[in-house]
Write a protein that binds this ligand. Structure first.
Ligand code: FAD
Length: 357
């Protein structure tokens, strides 16, 4: 067990997971955040996957994270995790076939399903394709409830929670000595910055540049309804799933899309598309959300120590998929010192050679 003192800034799903894993290892944790449960986290589609479009190495990282979800959900029963599987046909047929072949070769549990099989799996869905792919291990978890369950778990093991806005990181001779918040100054010699898009301006106060964009993502949420979906639907026109409380949540893409200058109109149009995919369900729009996705410029996570001694960063997209693995690896690395090879591709230092970083 460790007796190290660590301050985690950010209580979205990433900061919450790191704090939970640190307290499990016996560390003394202070968790500081302006919004408990996160900023991007509660506005996320929350599809847990290692789907198409990534390198073999990053696929492997994500697939490992999917396994770590099982461990974390078993350890924290309050986490609403469901391994519901996903049906995907949001690529042209040739690309779908190539995706299935590639990922099956990498060990992903994926197979082709016919129109008839899709109709059996999701009887409420209309406008079905000739074929799609089914990934049985894909999952979802209410992201806000997950973050809250992890925060509660960390608190039960002694973590101190401060609902404060961090204004700057304080340094002396190139090392962290504390931070200044809306409520005053705190001394600390180890900070893990897991503040999502908010990490960019905070890191800058320590002279660290984080090449992170924050694209907006519109999602629509229906009023709760009876069970009409069994799993994730990554369809051509929209990505949809049903939450534990019966809402249909959907985006043109799981990451949401830019709502432009007329978000009400964009949300209404998107919801019409969703209604057409689930006719007869009597879906009613409840509300829409626009979340800003913490997205490093090359799409890969930024995880690791910085050139400022005592400052560690953990900022990423796909944070819902990655949270259990990232929490585990970061806690182990921060407490045990030796760097974990699995995290090697995700260091901030990789941007040093990119001209526009
Ligand atoms: C529309 C949308 C769809 C998405 N879909 C998926 C998906 O399907 N699958 C997936 O894996 N990922 C998805 N993501 C990405 C995922 O949600 C994020 O990667 C993840 O939520 C990031 O979590 P986080 O804890 O790093 O950041 P956040 O949830 O943004 O939390 C940041 C925390 O830092 C705190 N903070 C920030 N600045 C300060 C400050 N100055 N002082 C104090 N506290 C501060 C905030 O209060 C908050 O607690 C999606 C995101 C969006 C927006």
């Amino acid at each position: 067990m460790s007796s190290k003192k660590v301050t985690v800034v950010g209580a979205g799903i990433i900061g919450a997971s790191i704090a939970w894993h640190l307290t499990e290892a016996g560390a003394e944790v202070t968790l500081i955040s302006s919004e408990r449960g996160g900023v991007a986290t509660p506005r996320s589609f929350a599809w847990i996957n290692a789907s198409w479009g990534n390198s073999h190495a990053y696929f492997g990282f994500r697939a490992r994270a999917m396994q770590e979800w099982k461990r974390l959900a078993a350890a924290v029963p309050a986490i609403p995790y469901t391994e519901c599987g996903g049906i995907c046909w949001d690529l042209p047929p040739e690309q779908l076939k190539a995706y299935a072949e590639e990922h099956a070769g990498w060990g992903y549990d994926i197979r082709t399903v016919t129109r008839e099989e899709i109709a059996r799996m999701e009887p409420h869905l209309a406008d079905l394709p000739q074929f799609a792919l089914h990934a049985a291990g894909e999952a979802a978890a209410d992201p806000l409830a997950t973050a809250q369950a992890l925060i509660d778990g960390a608190k039960a093991k002694g973590a101190k929670l401060l609902e404060e806005t961090v204004l700057s990181l304080d340094m002396e001779n190139g090392r962290i000595i504390g931070l200044a918040t809306s409520e005053g100054n705190h001394e600390t010699d180890e900070i893990i910055l897991a503040a999502g898009v908010g990490a960019v301006s905070l890191a800058a106060t320590a002279g660290i540049t984080l090449p992170v964009k924050s694209p907006p993502g519109l999602l629509v949420h229906s009023k709760p309804t009876g069970k009409i979906l069994n799993g994730l639907v990554i369809g051509e026109k929209a990505h949809i799933r049903q939450t534990g409380d019966g809402r249909i949540v959907a985006g043109s893409d799981f990451g949401g899309t830019d709502p432009g200058t007329e978000p009400d109109k964009a949300a209404a149009e998107l919801f019409q598309t969703v209604q057409a995919m689930l006719p007869g369900a009597g879906l009613e729009l409840d509300h829409y959300t626009v979340g800003y996705r913490p997205t490093p410029k090359d799409g890969l996570p930024i995880i690791g120590p910085t050139s400022c001694e005592g400052l560690y960063v953990a900022v990423m997209h796909s944070g819902v998929t990655l949270a259990p693995l990232v929490g585990k690896l970061v806690a182990a690395e921060v407490l045990a010192e030796p760097q974990d090879e699995l995290l090697a591709p995700y260091r901030l230092s990789r941007f040093a050679s990119i001209a526009d970083a």
